[in-house]
Design a binder for this molecule. Structure first.
Ligand SMILES: C[S@@+](CC[C@H](N)C(=O)[O-])C[C@H]1O[C@@H](n2cnc3c(N)ncnc32)[C@H](O)[C@@H]1O
Length: 352
């Protein structure tokens, strides 16, 4: 059972939330000014005077950022020496943390102020700070830097880890044709072509993304095996063509509301026949092994609200299964937390 907080502890927790955004920026500054790296390089700890001497930052700035970092548990001060803590080490060296911090700082931070309006209006009101698009997806390939780099690193970090194990699942029946719905820059499609020399892929996505995918496929000499189909799946009149052995949706359905997911899956249903397998690869927030993973996924839902589209989120696994059923598919197999990833795969067949 969770320990009940005392009033004093609860008040402290509330202050962490109150000042959280500023403390976040103080850690970004500590990292980007090189101070955290310098502290990390001094295994036995380092005095504040030495930090001031070695860094090209004012005494004021160093003291300020170190006081904040100590409060946050990013550094500790023992016998007047500043040392990096485990948390500080993760902020500096852990890939997932680095990617999450950059995503937060470069993509979400400025728009986060629009949370209330986004929820009221069901629109990503924070997106205006990056560009004038109805959803972030129309702007993905043309986002201003550093938002673009940080968005793609965030997206790829999570899906890349799942692909090796997912390939084994998808290719167990040796499909000849795969439709990669929301195929983005083509990473999954290229992995498929690499894994199986016979498979043919069709990437379906918004036109702006297909430009990048086509360019990438050209560079890899894969134009004879991959073709491209521009589609806006929010438009009911645009249908997914028939003919796929596998319909693949990776980190795709979380970009939509429940009603939209049903509409898109019904579209996939009309494209499927009894042989077609629909695979859904998603990080479901309620079946994670680590609290950091669940925390990150719930945070990602907030990003969808303010920056992506104002109406989507990360889902619980049973919620997604129910949407699959409502669209006319049945989940015939669940592969929970495949490989070294946060993702599960739902293998689905058309209910006839
Ligand atoms: C989060 S990315 C996932 C990319 C990739 N499948 C992966 O696993 O990394 C979502 C993709 O869905 C596409 N998408 C979003 N809205 C769409 C729509 N209305 N119609 C078609 N594709 C859409 C985006 O352009 C983007 O490529």
């Amino acid at each position: 059972m969770k320990k009940e907080l005392s009033a004093i502890e609860a008040k402290y927790e509330a202050q962490k939330i109150a000042f959280g955004p500023m403390f976040f920026q103080s850690v970004v500054a500590l990292r980007d000014l090189g101070i955290l790296e310098f502290i990390n390089s001094q295994r036995k700890g380092v005095s504040i005077d030495t930090i001031i001497e070695k860094m090209n930052v004012s005494e004021y700035g160093i003291n300020l950022l170190i006081e904040a970092a100590e409060v946050l548990g990013v550094v500790e001060i023992v016998d007047e020496k500043v040392k990096i803590t485990k948390t500080g080490f993760f902020l500096l060296k852990d890939e997932m943390t680095r990617i999450n911090v950059n995503f937060m700082n470069d993509v979400c931070y400025m728009g986060a102020k629009a949370m209330t309006d986004s929820i009221k209006n069901g629109k990503p009101e924070g997106l205006k700070v990056l560009g004038d698009w109805p959803t972030i997806y129309e702007g993905l390939s043309i986002l201003p830097e550093p938002a673009k780099k940080s968005w793609f690193e965030f997206d790829h970090y999570y899906s890349d880890g799942a692909f090796p194990a997912a390939l084994k699942i998808v290719f167990k029946t040796k499909p000849k044709t795969i439709f990669d719905i929301g195929g983005n820059t083509g990473k999954w499609s290229f992995a498929c072509c690499n894994y199986d020399t016979d498979v043919k892929i069709r990437i379906l996505d918004l036109p702006v993304q297909l430009k990048v995918a086509r360019q990438n496929a050209t560079e890899r000499g894969l134009l004879d095996r991959i073709d491209f189909h521009a589609i806006d799946l929010l438009d009911k009149d645009q249908v997914i063509p028939q003919g796929a052995d596998v319909i693949w949706m990776s980190q795709f359905l979380d970009c939509f509301s429940k009603e939209e997911i049903i509409q898109i899956l019904k579209n996939a249903w009309q494209a499927a026949d009894e042989q077609t397998t629909l695979y859904i690869l998603e990080p479901f927030f309620d079946n994670q092994d680590y609290p950091a993973a669940q925390y990150s996924l719930v945070a990602t839902s907030l990003y969808f609200t303010i920056m992506a589209n104002g109406n989507s989120k990360m889902y619980k696994i049973e919620v997604m299964k129910e949407l699959v059923r409502q669209a006319g598919f049945e989940v015939i197999e669940t592969y929970p937390l495949i490989g070294d990833s946060y993702h599960s795969v739902l293998e689905c067949k058309k209910r006839l």
